[in-house]
Ligand binder design. Structure first.
Ligand code: BES
Ligand code: MN
Ligand code: ZN
Length: 507
């Protein structure tokens, strides 16, 4: 989807050529002399329309308005959340019709903040996104262009640009999350990372079974040994600051299919375990957005990618393996595999002397029970990092919630046969998983995001959400402006294959 930002007024949008005009209508709108606000005020007055977020009223071939379809979309208090609700409702209505070019008008709002425009861009893309890759005749997405009409483009351009960059990242995360496991193997994920690395300031290294064995990642290898599909360990670099600047390291769980292994899962909804690499997809998506937004900081992305299957060589309950850290692990349940691949990545992360390490994982069903699909679980022993991530979640509407890390939660991980067991009892499962990971955290601030409930939706709306790309990007942009001078977005010398300029701004 292409976005454009343009300075217009309630009067001039009436002459703007488009297939549809969406008017964001705030609570307490007063009628002016233009046809748009007159229409909206009349609709409210007559009781046929309420300016609440999610409420819509359609009109067709309205006098004085060039766009044939007019959609009044209530936006209540005009907060970013309300803008989001309004536009998801409006776009869901529009996308079933023939409209190719739509205008979203902010002109009826008295105040406009960049965050509202960003929320609008993200919401439009989210509502219109449709997965197509493995369909032989995908239904074409007709709605291709959205023009955001505002009173003064220059004052919200920052939010607009952020939104457009973010959308690229969210869409990439959704795409890889949604792909079936046979179309998103560890090898294919690594190839996607290599493709990404052609973008400005990105680099990638891909390690295979031999290199991983040499590093001593016995825990990661144990998960991968039940399948013929070879593992990959992907190392991405975004270089937006001086070499000496400590990077933020993102680690994404990349289980391309989680059958549970020998501790096999029940078959109902097992297909959804293709989404068990959504942590990895969120790292790819975040790097895609970084390439677009070019903030001045260094970021490293680590993706341990493999299948968790049950072949004749598969790891068995009770097996003891040696992690890269040297700690031995008794694998009591082969379905608790996420922590087994993440622990070796956490050990590997120390070599970057990171400013912070954040792992992102569809780690536990227990987190789904605790927080549902609204907030991701946030675990961190570092107050500043936890605070910054919670704040980024709020500002990007990609919410998370801090969970505890008391040492008493680790009691259940004790075993007679190794340094640690990979599972404790059923109680507090999201926390005990985090306590397991914490044992492998080196001398750096660390946070863990359990996205088991938020990374995808089940049921009729089954599909990846692209979360928590928005949260991560907001956090990273915050780190950049806080510590480093701006960097020019000059592409590197090596030829970059790619990417049409997708947005433009008219002042
Ligand atoms: N990928 C799953 C977690 C999961 C389950 C995410 C359901 C979303 C929905 C993870 O690898 C897993 O199987 N965890 C086990 C851990 C248990 C064996 C301690 C779980 O949550 O049941
Ligand atoms: Mn599992
Ligand atoms: Zn898993």
């Amino acid at each position: 989807m292409d976005f454009e930002l343009k300075t217009l007024t309630l009067a001039t949008i009436c002459n703007e050529k488009a297939d549809a005009l969406i008017v964001l209508v705030p609570e307490g709108l007063a009628a002016g002399d233009d046809p748009v606000s007159a229409l909206a005020a009349l609709a409210i007055q007559s009781g046929d329309f309420e300016a609440k977020p999610g409420k819509l009223l359609s009109a067709y071939r309205t006098a004085g308005i060039a766009a044939p379809r007019v959609l009044l979309a209530g936006v209540g208090d005009a907060s970013p959340k309300s803008v989001r609700t309004a536009l998801i409702a409006a776009m869901n209505t529009l996308k079933t019709g023939n409209a190719q070019r739509a205008i979203v008008s902010f002109n009826a709002l008295t105040e406009l903040q960049p965050e509202m425009v960003r929320a609008a861009v993200v919401a439009c893309s989210e509502a219109v996104y449709a997965y197509a890759t493995t369909k032989s005749k995908p239904a074409p997405v007709k709605l291709q262009r959205v023009l955001l009409a505002v009173a003064k483009a220059a004052s919200v351009k920052a939010g607009f640009d952020k939104g457009v960059g973010l959308v690229k990242g969210i869409e990439l995360a959704k795409e890889w999350g949604n792909r079936p496991a046979n179309h998103a193997t560890p090898t294919l994920l690594a190839e996607a990372a290599q493709e990404l690395a052609k973008l400005p300031r990105l680099k990638v290294e891909v390690l295979g079974p031999k290199e991983v064995a040499k590093l001593g990642m016995g825990s990661f290898m144990a998960v991968a040994q039940g399948t013929a599909e070879p593992l990959r360990f992907i190392v991405l670099h975004y270089e937006g600051a001086a070499k000496a600047d400590a990077p933020v390291v993102l680690i994404g769980k990349g289980i391309t299919f989680d059958s549970g292994g020998i501790s096999i899962k029940p078959s109902a909804e097992m297909d959804e375990m293709k989404f068990d690499m959504c942590g990895a997809a969120s790292v790819l998506g975040t790097f895609r957005a970084l390439a677009e937004l070019q903030p001045s900081l260094n970021v490293v992305g680590l993706i341990p990618a493999c299948e968790n299957l049950l072949g004749e060589r598969a790891v068995k309950p009770g097996d003891v393996v040696t992690s890269m850290s040297g700690q031995t692990i008794e694998i009591l349940n082969t379905d608790a595999e996420g922590r087994l691949v993440l622990c070796d990545a956490l050990t590997y992360a120390a070599r970057f002397k990171p400013a912070a390490v954040i792992d992102i994982a569809t780690l536990t069903g227990a987190c789904v029970v605790a927080l549902g699909g609204v907030r991701s679980g946030l675990f961190s022993s570092n107050e500043a990092l936890a605070g910054a991530l919670a704040k980024a979640g709020d500002s990007s509407q990609d919410l998370c919630w801090r969970m505890p890390l008391d040492d008493d939660y680790a009691d259940g991980l004790k075993t007679h046969f190794a340094d640690v067991a990979n599972v404790a009892g059923r109680a507090g499962g999201a926390v005990t998983a985090a306590k397991f990971l914490q044992r492998f955290v080196g001398d750096f601030p660390w946070a863990h995001l359990d996205i088991a409930g938020t990374a995808w939706k089940g049921g009729a709306a089954k599909g990846a959400t692209g979360r928590p790309v928005a949260l991560l990007v907001d956090y990273l942009l915050g780190q950049a402006s806080a510590t480093l001078p701006p960097v020019k977005a000059t592409p590197k010398a090596r030829p970059a294959k790619k990417t049409a300029p997708a947005s433009k701004t008219q002042a």
